[in-house]
Design a protein around this ligand. Structure first.
Ligand code: ZN
Length: 320
């Protein structure tokens, strides 16, 4: 990064053997604000199910194994979208398929993949055009940020490729709204988008010090209300845990993180609603009749099984 420059910059600190630090700076009225993101190097690729993705291989195959389509991972920054993309690529990777990625920057190097890093001279859309001439089977586009990239990604998905990408929205349903706002037609969205996945990262309770107790009446009420709303029966007769803190977890009470997920598979009825320009509320209601379950349902599932607790879910999803 340029030390004397008083303008927004992105950069990396590469001096530590085990970690990369992604640095973003922005000028403000007092000077500069810096945000540092700590990324473990060579963290390896986790299996999709290790990330917390629902243990359902049929569902994963249904959502991600399609030709002629596009799948989108949607979440705010720092919620693990890139890690999920890599795990999906790893799930789909085999020697006889050709996978190309276009990233900004390349965060994990994976053997057997053609990974392209965009820089000041290249853009997602420009790189994607070049990639298409090489006719890969699967294309990972790091992020859909603008209409140009969205349009080429959609065209790629319509011409025999399978495209994976990410977009900044709060949930899977909002992916449709975002693509509409970018300027993609309802027809193109309905015919090309196969699935949208959203996720959040929550902290896992430290297994060494988590303290068992019964759910309180208030917690039971929160869980039952949400369960009733989405037609899911949660059993709150089991135990839940408080975060305590010990030397294993640096006195924090939590150790490591896990993803909570929601998966929207674009079924025919949903395609029809998209073509009819239905609102996201109408699309959500239809999706709920199919396999779609909102983030909070997977989150509460991970509270019931003792992986995390309700306070941690509430920090991400504001459920009470
Ligand atoms: Zn602990």
């Amino acid at each position: 990064m340029h030390q004397e420059k008083q303008e927004s910059q992105d950069g990396r600190i590469l001096i530590y053997p085990d970690y990369n630090i992604r640095v973003s700076s922005q000028k403000n009225i007092y000077g500069e604000k810096f945000v540092l993101r700590l990324l473990k190097k060579n963290a390896g690729i986790k299996r999709i199910f290790e990330l917390g993705f629902p243990e359902d291989e049929t569902l994963v195959n249904k959502c991600f194994n399609k030709r002629n389509s596009i799948s989108i991972i949607a979440a705010p920054t720092g919620e693990g979208k890139t890690t999920t993309l890599y795990s999906i690529i790893d799930f789909l990777n085999s020697p006889n398929i050709n996978i190309t990625t276009i990233e900004d920057p390349v965060e994990i190097r994976i053997p057997g993949l053609n990974q392209i890093e965009i820089d000041a001279k290249t853009s997602f859309s420009g790189s994607l055009r070049t990639v298409l001439r090489q006719d890969p089977d699967i294309i990972l586009v790091g992020e859909i940020r603008d209409l140009e990239t969205a349009e080429i990604a959609m065209q790629s998905g319509q011409t025999g490729h399978y495209v994976l990408s990410t977009i900044h929205t709060i949930d899977a349903i909002e992916v449709i709204t975002r693509l509409r706002k970018l300027g993609i037609s309802n027809y193109d969205i309905a015919s090309t988008v196969a699935s949208a996945v959203s996720q959040r990262l929550v902290r896992k309770l430290c297994p060494h010090c988590k303290k068992e107790r019964n759910f309180t009446d208030e917690e039971k009420k929160v869980i039952e209300t949400i369960g009733k709303k989405y037609g899911v029966d949660f059993d709150t007769s089991g135990k839940t845990y408080d975060a305590i803190g010990c030397k294993e977890c640096n006195q924090i009470g939590y150790y490591d993180r896990i993803g909570i997920f929601e998966i929207l598979s674009i079924e025919d009825e949903i395609k029809q609603l998209i073509v009819d320009d239905a609102s996201s509320i109408e699309i959500r209601n239809e999706a709920l009749k199919h396999s779609y379950k909102p983030l909070v349902i997977d989150g509460i599932g991970k509270v019931i099984n003792g992986t995390t607790n309700l306070a941690e879910i509430n920090k991400k999803l504001l459920i009470y």
